[in-house]
Structure formats: C-alpha cells, structure tokens
Design a binder for this molecule. Structure first.
Ligand SMILES: [Zn+2]
Length: 182
C-alpha cells in the first residue's frame, strides 16, 4: 500500500483544541487513489482543489471541518462538451476513538461518525477529501445559460441529436429522453 504522508495526521501528540491544515489536490491525487483501486476513475479532470481542514481535538473525539474550494472540468450530461464547474462546500465529520475490536462494528452501525481504533496514531484523511470533493459535484451537470437564457451547450451537437431519425442510433435517442430534449 502506498503512503499518503501529506494526508496523514499524527493526532496523538496534538494538544486539545483547534488545529488547521491545508491541502491542495489535483488530478494526481485522484489518479493515485484510482491506481490503488480505492476509487473509480473520476468523471472530471483538470481539477484543482484547496481544502482547509480544522481539527478540533477533544478527549476521545475529534471534530473535523472541511472547507472546500476549487474547480474541475467535466463533460456536460447533455451535449458532451467539457465545461468547468466550481467546487465549493463545507463538511463536518466527527471522529471517535473506540477499542480496536469495535471499530468495524461501530462504523457499520453508525454512519454519522467515523470510528478509529485506540491503537491508531495516524489519521489518513485522503478518502474523506475524495468523498467531500466528489459531493461538491452536482449529480446532474449540464451547461448553464447565457444572460439571454440561451443554453451554453454545443449548439451543433444539440442540433445533431435532435435531427436523428427514430430508427437511428438508439443510444442517442435514449440520451435525448434522459435529458428531456426529445
Ligand atoms: Zn452542454
């Protein structure tokens, strides 16, 4: 297993109270997780994301707050052309330490809290960074409109899709239906 040192927090030695961390991630970060088989290949590219993480350490718990801002390029669901989306959101995660043999059970029973074993000394935040950045991406990502209300989608592609005969390419027709363009 590869190491993500920059994403590992040695929390045991931290004093109680707030500690701030800053991460900058791009396509390399996602590629590495993909190479390790931890995630599926992301839909986006050209990503650049800054994450400020505030770790509030209390006895037995840590509250992590993630402040995400960045951008990525993603293909439009409707016309297929790439466009840039802004990634921006905040997330909170409560991390609790429990006896090592209870970690799995606790994580299964309680999705709101992340449990780690008492013998752990490092907190690898890379998968949380991935999850929270992914949550910033809207489920449907389609080009917006200009100031006159015209779609910014590739006009040629839309025209082409709309002019396909019904017996033509089924997948295109389905695509149209899916996107409410037919
Ligand atoms: Zn589009």
């Amino acid at each position: 297993m590869k190491h993500h040192r920059e994403f590992e927090i040695a929390f045991v030695g931290l004093k109680p109270g707030e500690h701030e961390y800053r991460f900058q991630i791009d396509d390399t970060f996602f590629d590495n997780l993909f190479q390790e088989g931890k995630i599926e290949k992301p839909e986006f590219h050209n990503s650049f994301v800054e994450i400020r993480m505030v770790l509030d350490k209390k006895s037995g718990t840590m509250l992590l707050r993630f402040f995400i801002s960045g951008k990525a390029t993603i293909p439009c669901d409707r016309c297929g052309d790439d466009f840039e989306i802004t990634l921006w959101d905040e997330f909170e995660l409560l991390v609790k330490t429990v006896d090592d043999d209870l970690v799995e059970k606790s994580n299964q029973e309680d999705a709101e809290v992340a449990y780690i074993g008492r013998s752990e000394s490092l907190l690898d935040v890379s998968m949380w960074l991935f999850e929270f950045v992914t949550l910033c991406i809207p489920i449907q990502h389609v080009h917006g409109e200009d100031e006159h209300g015209n779609s910014l989608c590739n006009a040629e592609v839309l025209k082409y899709l709309l002019n396909q005969p019904l017996e033509g390419n089924n997948s295109l027709q389905e695509q149209l239906k899916k996107n409410n363009l037919s």
